[in-house]
Design a protein around this ligand. Structure first.
Ligand code: ACM
Ligand code: ZN
Length: 596
């Protein structure tokens, strides 16, 4: 059956029928296609009702200017686009109708923005700007659809973060989790403690490896001023992306402890560490000065972020020093705690009370379950799904971000020689796409506690914007579909087909995504004693260059122009290819080996 579907897909591709089904990611809740099309041109007119609609006209015109070279003047009648903001729609829901004379977009606050982004995806990448007649009714499956960037281990510019948020918003992802403090750097200005960024935002070598001899000795650092934070929060909000800041405690705090060693149990002086990993030096839970410091920090953080949530970390906090620290042990006694896990719970609950008193709620990594969960906390399940399941059983909200599916710092291919070095793991696109947040291990009744999903990009080995792009995309588009689309609408083969078109748009926008292997690359067939390889470009407009003698296709490759029929050889086959995008950028070398 799978083979048959794949055959049909190829038939569609080759037969030019492709253009008829729109390549939307995430796929909408309902889509009806009709005959005919709307022809978009510089003489198309645009009109709107409501203030939100006005902002969205500006977004659409900005897109058209960049991609088609024109903007739409206002006007109505035949060949026009109308945007209507309609508060009777769910906040993120919308309807989009295209007929030969008119396109109408109608939606709630964020919904209209999403309708505009869907319309952008309906505009062909090349050729005549024909949009097929159709009707889309759409809304998200999950309220929380996030991506996390660890800017603590490696600093990224505000300009890059804006580009990152642009892509998120286009694919209907709506939460940017900003991991702002880490062992490797403190990245946000705190006016009361200028040393935190003057000293704690810098280190003497790029974190690359735990082996000191291999450190590059290139100093690295940077931080965001509060003005820059406000600017990014506003930029994201305009695109319906909420920013949740994370201030890590009690662990992953070496950068802060390098500035204020007296806040650790041992009080010994430290440098901002050059090697990543779980550190034994963490905030002392017995020292009142630690809580005063963290409350001061949070008092500056909270007003900067309109989000209901503050992420307080909570993961990977070794209790080694707490076990021998007189202050921590005294706290265990006075608070009648059983052990150091209960001491961590005391720590988090005390911070939760403070955050709650400021009208906000906390999110923490799933370690906050250990020693007793803070009463109002939302749990981010990262060590698989177990923490999420336990929290849902306790009627706590959950964000599923399991490292078994959604860690985008893991390898995308098992040909690791051919991938940039990274932390390990293996999460290819198909595995990510297959993730179902409503695990069978929770009851239907408990599903309501699963608020959504998030992909995490940790920077132990990611030290450039190019590599963030490479690790994030296209997996973030699979995440977008997990978060937005109804489970029964998901279909990996169909997703791959839509991705072919979406990646061309990403290439045009300069996003340096990992170029997938050609479709059909893993489907070598043997027919009449010949090896048959049928390939489809993974990106519309891209070219495939191949060799069959094991040589480098980037140097000696033949342009793929149709099915390959190769004589079987005693020594087996060694087919290699690269994919070259319309922008000129090429993939790594993909290798298909068959045994004799
Ligand atoms: C984590 O990956 N330590 C949350
Ligand atoms: Zn201590």
């Amino acid at each position: 059956m799978k083979k048959l579907i794949f055959g049909l897909l190829l038939l569609f591709l080759c037969g030019g029928l492709w253009a008829q089904s729109p390549s939307l990611i995430p796929t909408p809740e309902s889509l009806e296609m009709f005959s005919g099309s709307f022809v978009l041109s510089s003489s198309t007119r645009i009109n709107f009702q409501g203030n939100e609609a006005k902002e969205n006209v500006a977004f659409l015109n900005k897109f058209l200017k960049q991609t088609c070279g024109f903007v739409l003047k206002s006007g109505s009648g035949k060949n026009s686009i109308r945007l209507i903001s309609d508060s009777s729609f769910p906040k993120e829901g919308y309807r989009l109708t295209v007929n030969e004379d008119e396109i109408v977009l109608r939606g709630g606050e964020a919904g209209l923005f999403y309708a505009v982004n869907t319309l952008q995806q309906l505009i062909p990448n090349t050729g005549e700007l024909k949009i097929p007649c159709l009707k889309i009714e759409d809304k998200p499956r999950f309220a929380y659809r996030g991506l996390m960037l660890d800017v603590g281990r490696y600093f990224f510019s505000v300009e890059y973060l804006k580009k990152f948020i642009d892509q998120m918003a286009h694919y209907k992802l709506n939460v940017f989790h900003w991991h702002l403090t880490e062992d490797g750097g403190w990245r946000i200005e705190i006016k009361k403690y200028p040393e935190l960024t003057r000293k704690g935002a810098w280190r003497s070598s790029t974190q690359y490896t735990n082996e000191g001899a291999l450190q590059d000795r290139v100093p690295h650092g940077g931080f965001y001023t509060q003005e820059e934070v406000k600017e990014l929060v506003k930029y994201a909000a305009e695109r319906h992306v909420e920013i949740i800041p994370e201030i890590e405690m009690p662990g992953h705090a070496s950068a802060a402890l390098a500035v204020f060693p007296e806040l650790s149990c041992k009080g010994e002086s430290l440098a901002v560490p050059l090697a990543w990993g779980v550190k034994n030096d963490i905030f002392c839970a017995g020292n009142e000065a630690v809580f005063a410091f963290l409350e001061d920090v949070l008092s500056e953080i909270i007003p900067l972020f309109p989000s209901e949530y503050i992420h307080i970390g909570g993961d990977e906090a070794p209790k080694k020093h707490w076990e021998t620290c007189p202050k921590c042990q005294a706290r265990i006694q006075t608070e009648n705690l059983k052990d150091e896990h209960e001491l961590q719970s005391y720590f988090i609950q005390r911070i939760e009370r403070f955050v709650n008193s400021k009208g906000k709620r906390i999110i923490g990594w799933d370690e906050i379950l250990e020693g007793g969960l803070a009463p109002n906390a939302t749990v981010m399940s990262w060590r698989g799904e177990d923490g999420g399941i336990a929290a849902a059983n306790m009627h706590h909200d959950v964000i599923m971000t399991p490292n078994t599916y959604l860690y985008f710092d893991y390898y995308q291919s098992d040909d690791c020689q051919n991938e940039p070095i990274n932390i390990g793991g293996f999460l290819p696109l198909e595995k990510v796409y297959g993730y179902e947040p409503y695990t069978s291990k929770i009851t239907k009744e408990q599903q309501k506690y699963i608020k959504g999903v998030q992909g995490n990009i940790w920077m132990e080995y990611i030290h450039s914007e190019a590599m963030v792009d490479y690790m994030t995309y296209p997996r973030a588009l699979a995440l977008a579909e997990i978060g937005w689309s109804q489970a029964e609408k998901k279909d990996y083969l169909d997703f791959q087909k839509r991705l072919v078109v979406r990646l061309t748009a990403m290439d045009r926008e300069g996003v340096l995504f990992r170029i997938p292997e050609p479709l059909g690359w893993d489907k070598l067939k043997i027919e009449n004693g010949m090896a048959v390889v049928d390939l489809v470009s993974p990106v519309e407009g891209a070219k495939i260059y191949y060799t069959t003698d094991g040589s480098n296709p980037a140097i000696k490759g033949n342009l793929y122009a149709g099915t390959l029929r190769l004589p079987l050889k005693l020594e087996g086959l060694d087919i290699k290819c690269i994919v070259t995008l319309p922008s000129g950028r090429s993939s790594g070398i993909y290798t298909l080996r068959s045994e004799k």
